[in-house]
Design a protein around this ligand. Sequence first.
Ligand SMILES: Nc1ncnc2c1ncn2[C@@H]1O[C@H](COP(=O)(O)OP(=O)(O)OP(=O)(O)O)[C@@H](O)[C@H]1O
Length: 315
Amino acid sequence: MSDTRPIAVGDIGPGCSKRDPILVAKNVTRTYGGINAVDVEHVEIPRHKITALIGPNGAGKTTLFNLLTGFDTPQSGEWQFEGKGLAGVSAYKVARLGMVRTFQLTKVMGKLTVIENMRLGAASQPGESLWRALLPPLWRSREREITEQADVLLAKFKLDTKRSDYAASLSGGQRKLLEMARALMVRPKLVMLDEPMAGVNPALTQSLLDHIKNLKAEGMTVLFVEHDMHMVRHIADWVVVMAEGKVVAEGPPEDVMKDQAVIDAYLGAHHDVDLADSEGFEKLEAELEHDAESSVGMEPDGVVGRRIDERKEQA
Ligand SMILES: Nc1ncnc2c1ncn2[C@@H]1O[C@H](COP(=O)(O)OP(=O)(O)OP(=O)(O)O)[C@@H](O)[C@H]1O
């Protein structure tokens, strides 16, 4: 049965408190040269929910992911995952604690087979090195267990027929699926996905969406960065909006899309467009076609945030 209790406690707005947060970050800052890439005063991610982190290009979404998961170091800040402080904790240990992430550009190992990539995902499970070093016979049985777990996941993600293929031979969408499946090898509690839909062929889009919804159904919490607003509206329970490094809005998707701060962050001068309405995207697209200077664009499939000149280069 779905949990219909309110996600937030008290007033809804940037940095608001959650009834049951799995991740709480305070005063996290990261500058590059003179740029405040991330300057997040307070943000809480609700447990057992799907939260979308949105914002225009350069808003600081990926940098925030990197900081929280130990792939980058902030100038200041603290954050707790399940009540445990993670500042200064390495990416490897963060994954072992149950907080895993995928990357905008997948990091699967092209020269390894699909099953080898999956086995590597288990390397960050608690106790792995101890088993291997101290108890070789037990380690062999552990290896069998890892392979079985990998095969179950590969079947679930419909990659079992690719088991012995090199990861390099997979399509972009299949690599995204493999990266997600591999992340699940550590049996995480929080799964952070950086642009899961980018570069995914439309035939795989529904499958990816279903997999993300399944993560929640299986008791995991999901936080994902995405430019595809149709996806955000379709699967997110909660949306956090960043612009210029800060959290500028948050709330349920239907409310956030109507929020003036979100409209300002995404649309600049195009204030008359309603992001809560799919026709609004078409209108925005039409307007931007006549606005070559705009730094915010939209793909026909609903991708907001690409620069117009980037889109022309890609075409
Ligand atoms: N390694 C880096 N060196 C210098 N500047 C960086 C670096 N990484 C990010 N930045 C800058 O920090 C800001 C935030 O970038 P970030 O990639 O986090 O944004 P984003 O919201 O994820 O954007 P996108 O949606 O395009 O992925 C940008 O101004 C970016 O140019």
